[in-house]
Design a protein around this ligand. Structure first.
Ligand code: PHE
Length: 357
C-alpha cells in the first residue's frame, strides 16, 4: 500500500509544473513542507512490516531528496531572474553613467585625521572641549597669573554677557565671571586632568581664536592639536622622542627637529619645536624668513602647579604637553604658501586634495 502511494507521489513530484513562484510555493506546501505529503508518508513508515521498513525508509529518503532538489534549483533560478530584472523596463541601461559630483575633504581635516592616526598608534586617544571657554580654564588653571602680561601673549576675544550655560560644568574652584573664545587647546588639558586619573595619554584637536590681523601667516581663527601625557616618571626625553616619532611619521625621515628654550606659564621647562623648512628647502622664504627652520609648536613638562590645580598629585606624577598649529603643519606638508587659502573656499585650491581622499 505505502509503496504504491510513494510511487504516485514520485510521479507527481517529477511532473510538477514549477513555472511561477506561486506554483513553487504550492509545491513546497504540498510535498516538502512540515505538513506536506512527505511528512505524512514518513509518519506511516511505522505501519510497514519490520522486515520491509528499511527498504521503504530508504525509498522515502530518496524521494525527499528529489523533491528538495527540484525545489532548490527552481528557487535559485527564480531569484536570479527577479534580481536581474530591470526595475524600469523603459530605461536604457546601456547609457553611460552621469558622473556624480563628489566633494573633497578639506586639507585641514585630512591632516588632522592623519595626526590623530599617527598618535593613536602609540596610544593617544582624542579629547574635546568647548570653544567658548571660561577664563579659569583658558588662563588661571594654566598658571597665567591674574592681570599678568603673559595673558597678552594671546590676543584674546572676550565674550560679553554669556549666560552661564552648560559649559559651566566642571568649572574650577575660582569660578570666573568672564568667558572668551579659547586662545589655545591647552584648556582641554585641564578638563581632561580634572575628569581622569593618570595615566593620561590624550590629544585634543580643535579650533582656536586670537585677535590677530589676517595675513599669509596668521588668522583670527585657526586649529591646534594638543598632546598630553601624564604618568609616573614621565621625562623630557619622552617628550622629545614622541615629537621625533611624530614629525618623522608625518613629514618623512629627512626632516630635522630642534627644541629651542622658551616660556609658557603652564610648562617648566618649556621649549618651542622647530623643523627644517620644507617649503623653501634651505633657500629662504616668507614662511621661515630665511632661517631654514620653522616653528611648528610649543612644548614642555606640565608645571606641577597646573597638575595640582587640576587635582593630580605632582609628587607622584609628571607629564609633558605639546601643542601645534594644524594650518602651519598642513602648509609645510603640502607646500601651501598662504594660510588664507584654507578659509576662502576656492574650489581650484580645494580640488587639489581630491586624490588624497
Ligand atoms: N598652548 C600653547 C600656545 O598656543 C602651545 C603649548 C601647548 C605650549 C602645550 C606648551 C605645551 O601657544
Amino acid at each position: 500500500m505505502l509503496q504504491e502511494t510513494i510511487a504516485r507521489v514520485r510521479a507527481e513530484i517529477e511532473a510538477a509544473d514549477l513555472s511561477t513562484a506561486e506554483q513553487l510555493d504550492q509545491f513546497r506546501i504540498a510535498y516538502t513542507g512540515r505538513k506536506g505529503q512527505l511528512a505524512d508518508l514518513f509518519d506511516q513508515l511505522k505501519t510497514v512490516e519490520p522486515a520491509d521498513r528499511r527498504a521503504v525508509g530508504q525509498e522515502l529518503n530518496q524521494l525527499k531528496q528529489l523533491a528538495q532538489a527540484r525545489f532548490d534549483e527552481r528557487q535559485q533560478q527564480l531569484e536570479a531572474a527577479t534580481s536581474n530584472a530591470p526595475a524600469d523596463p523603459t530605461f536604457d541601461y546601456t547609457l553611460p553613467p552621469v558622473p556624480q559630483a563628489l566633494g573633497t575633504r578639506h586639507p585641514l581635516s585630512l591632516v588632522r585625521e592623519e595626526i590623530v592616526r599617527i598618535l593613536a598608534r602609540i596610544g593617544f586617544n582624542v579629547a574635546e572641549g568647548p570653544e567658548i571657554e571660561d577664563d579659569w580654564h583658558n588662563f588661571t588653571a594654566l598658571n597665567f597669573p591674574e592681570n599678568h602680561p603673559a595673558r597678552d601673549m594671546q590676543d584674546t576675544f572676550f565674550v560679553k554677557n554669556v549666560a552661564a550655560g552648560p559649559q559651566d560644568a566642571g568649572l574650577g574652584p575660582k569660578a570666573p565671571a568672564s568667558y572668551l573664545l579659547r586662545t589655545h587647546t591647552s584648556p582641554v588639558q585641564v578638563r581632561v586632568m580634572q575628569a581622569q586619573k593618570p595615566p593620561i595619554r590624550s590629544i585634543m584637536p580643535g579650533r582656536v581664536y586670537r585677535n590677530e590681523a589676517i595675513s599669509a601667516r596668521a588668522h583670527m581663527m585657526f586649529h591646534q592639536v594638543e598632546a598630553l601625557f601624564i604618568d609616573e616618571n614621565v621625562s623630557f626625553a619622552d617628550l622629545k622622542q614622541t615629537v621625533y616619532y611624530f614629525v618623522q611619521e608625518l613629514f618623512g625621515d629627512d626632516v630635522q627637529v630642534r627644541f629651542r628654550p622658551s616660556f609658557f606659564p603652564f610648562t617648566e621647562p618649556s621649549a618651542e619645536i622647530d623643523i627644517t623648512c620644507l617649503i623653501c628647502k634651505g633657500k629662504g622664504c616668507n614662511i621661515c624668513k630665511g632661517t631654514g627652520w620653522v616653528e611648528i609648536g610649543g612644548a614642555g613638562m606640565v608645571d606641577p602647579a597646573v597638575l595640582e590645580q587640576s587635582g593630580i598629585d605632582p609628587e607622584r606624577y609628571s607629564g609633558y604637553a605639546w601643542g601645534m598649529g594644524i594650518e602651519r603643519i598642513t602648509m609645510l606638508k603640502y607646500q601651501i604658501k598662504d594660510l588664507r587659502l584654507f578659509t576662502e573656499n576656492d574650489l581650484r585650491f580645494l580640488r587639489q586634495f581630491e586624490s588624497l581622499l
